[in-house]
Design a protein around this ligand. Structure first.
Ligand code: FO1
Length: 304
């Protein structure tokens, strides 16, 4: 069994690559829930849904979120009514949020609802929210404290951040299945997701960091920074704002001794010696996914 600590797009793409190289039933994703929000009374889980839609082959690859071929009639009506519509929920996507919210109100856990949605969409990879307790990522910025989606979507992640807080993390408990997925995995993979706002909210749930530290030699991380820049989103800026080098070495410093092996891109081969000096095994390959030969090489670097 392979367990992947997962945020949104980068994790979804890596999971797709690993799924195509291995039996899907051997894959577990332990997923960030710090981005989750309640809007219009609906519980929305962006990272879980990005992974779900990507593995189901339904994702919108251009936006990186939501469904392909989406329509927006509900949002158009809501905008006409003067309702809150900066966070766009497509007509088809809304069905997922309605389903999840109704099941949660009926007493189901996020873990159970994730399994139900995956089964409905024919996704055989096991999607495990790291916790069923409420946690939310909050940003301290020049405009004050902002919720995740206010920072990320409303302000286009363009505002300087002084601190990131994962509210509720210390009181939250990891689910038993997420912990077991870490303890029993032959290999734990840290996806090329944003270290600060996608992976750290997972690591801050009590017990998760220890579970990784005990398995360090089995932990493989794929760098989300290639040639000094994030492939998507604000990982590069946030690392810099929090005082880390904006490179695969800065990401390695961020995770420290939780990782045994780093998978870095050919473009960063010049950093390999520095990572080796810091005590990591290093594999250099193509980390940019989407081309069949690249995907096969990346899967081999992560799984072999
Ligand atoms: N991202 C946007 O940039 N604009 C949106 O309106 C938006 C809506 C949205 C709705 C559902 C969902 O699951 C995700 C959505 N996202 C949107 C993406 C998402 O909020 C972020 O990309 C992630 O939270 C970061 O991982």
């Amino acid at each position: 069994m392979i367990t992947v600590l997962s945020g949104g797009v980068g994790a979804a793409r890596l999971l797709r690559v690993l799924r195509d190289a291995r039996d899907a039933r051997q894959l577990r994703a332990v997923v960030n829930v710090g981005d989750d929000l309640v809007m219009h009374g609906l519980t929305i889980c962006p990272d879980l849904d990005t992974i779900l839609y990507t593995l189901a082959g339904l994702n919108n690859d251009e936006t990186g979120w939501g469904l392909a071929g989406e329509s927006w009639r509900v949002m158009d009506e809501l905008t006409a009514l003067g309702g809150e519509s900066w966070f766009r929920l497509g007509d088809r996507d809304l069905a997922t949020h309605l389903y999840r919210s109704q099941r949660l109100a009926a007493g189901a856990t996020k873990t159970l609802v994730s399994a139900e949605l995956a089964a409905s969409l024919g996704v055989a990879v096991t999607l495990l929210p790291v916790t069923d307790d409420p946690v939310s990522t909050v940003f301290e910025t020049g405009l004050g404290r902002l919720s995740f989606q206010e920072y990320f979507v409303r302000h286009h992640h363009e505002i300087p951040v002084t601190r990131v807080e994962i509210v509720g993390a210390t009181a939250a408990r990891p689910t038993a299945v997420a912990l077991a997925a870490l303890n029993e995995a032959e290999r734990i993979v840290i996806a090329p997701s944003n270290p600060v706002i996608s992976i750290d909210p997972i690591l801050q749930i009590p017990g998760i960091r220890d579970a990784l530290a005990r398995r360090r030699t089995d932990v493989v991380a794929v760098s989300p920074i290639v040639n000094g820049a994030a492939l998507k989103g604000p990982a590069d800026r946030l690392l810099g704002e929090l005082g880390y080098d904006v490179s695969c070495v800065g990401v390695a410093d961020f995770y420290g001794e939780l990782v045994g092996t780093w998978v870095i891109d050919h473009a960063d081969a010049g950093h390999a010696d520095e990572l080796t000096r810091r005590g990591f095994d290093v594999r250099v390959t193509t980390t940019i996914m989407g081309r069949a030969d690249h995907d096969v090489a990346l899967a081999a670097a992560v799984l072999t």
